[in-house]
Ligand binder design. Structure first.
Ligand code: FE2
Length: 302
């Protein structure tokens, strides 16, 4: 398998819109420095602290988030119903066999998802901001709709890895249209689990879809086709390039761009906020894992 591996280029905010667009089109990603101010990042972090304080989970709500093949075995209704909610997902090993938290809840959360951008006023303002719209424009997505949001913690010492994947596997449209906007709320380095990606890999098609199991559509998801292969075999580790960035930087990801992150084994957290957009010109299938009810239609920036 051949990819056009190129050096990771960085775009300061003063770099022209056109050159960022061209870089994204060729490489499947773009790094935009100084996309957001320190003050706007602090608003998100403060808001999340408040949301955690207010979160009083029952034992049934203590759901663990996992990636890779394990996903199909651990997913439950709490995850499948989260497309129009604000829900909290825990790190692996955060709860004991009786579903009791082993650490403080603020230190146990893997991520919060998946509709912060529509349900929380602080995240709504950030997600629908002119700055975010300008980032979406760089990807050239047509009629962008804000589908999904996640606040990712990558906790110190315990923050789990995210296995190699293409976002179009999870957010599938016909034709493919998903674009990710990943915002570093703290510096992301190789030590604390930054993104890694394969430049040019967006030219490769997706090989599987993450869909609701036809036999149990409300309680189980599967990879389709069922011969889901070990992603480490498909995408050799030495092809990935680190995307180390400062707080306030945005990384734009084409839906076919192969990316991953390693565990955070450092003492520093690596908070990030991600938005996933789809095109209003594409069809969104009913068997995608993430669904929104008709009462909560997707919206664009304007
Ligand atoms: Fe991703």
């Amino acid at each position: 398998m051949m990819y056009g591996v190129r050096c990771a280029a960085r775009f300061a905010s003063g770099r022209s819109h056109r050159s960022s667009r061209e870089f994204f089109a060729v490489n499947g990603y773009a790094v935009v420095e100084n996309a957001f101010s320190a003050a706007s990042l602090e608003k998100l972090r403060s808001r999340v602290s408040l949301l955690i304080d207010q979160w009083q989970p029952s034992s049934s709500e203590l759901a663990v988030f996992q990636t890779g093949a394990d996903q199909t075995q651990t997913t439950d209704a709490y995850f499948l119903d989260s497309g129009d909610k604000v829900r909290f997902f825990l790190e692996k090993g955060a709860v004991d066999s009786d579903r009791r938290l082993l650490r403080a809840k603020a230190d146990s959360i893997n991520k919060i998802g998946h509709a912060l951008h529509d349900l929380d006023p602080v995240f709504r303002d950030f997600s629908y901001s002119p700055a975010m719209k300008a980032l979406a424009d760089i990807t050239a997505i047509e009629q962008p709709l804000l589908l999904q949001s996640m606040y990712i913690f990558k906790q110190p010492l315990v923050g789990g890895d995210v296995t190699p994947h293409q976002d179009n596997t999870f957010i599938y449209t016909e034709p493919n249209s998903c674009v990710g906007i990943w915002v570093a709320l703290e510096a992301a380095t190789k030590e604390n689990g930054c993104l890694w990606g394969i430049p040019g890999s967006h030219s490769q098609p997706i090989e599987t879809r993450f869909v609701r199991d036809p036999a149990q559509p409300n309680s189980r998801v599967i990879f389709d086709p069922s011969d889901y292969r070990d992603p480490d075999c498909r995408w050799p580790e030495d092809m990935f390039q680190p995307l180390e960035v400062e707080a306030g930087t945005a990384v734009l990801l084409h839906g076919n761009f192969v990316h991953r992150s390693y565990p955070n084994l450092s003492a520093k957290s690596r908070h990030a906020y991600t938005l996933h957009l789809i095109s209003g010109k594409s069809h969104y299938p009913a068997n995608n894992w993430l669904q929104r009810p008709p009462s909560m239609p997707l919206k664009s920036f304007d």
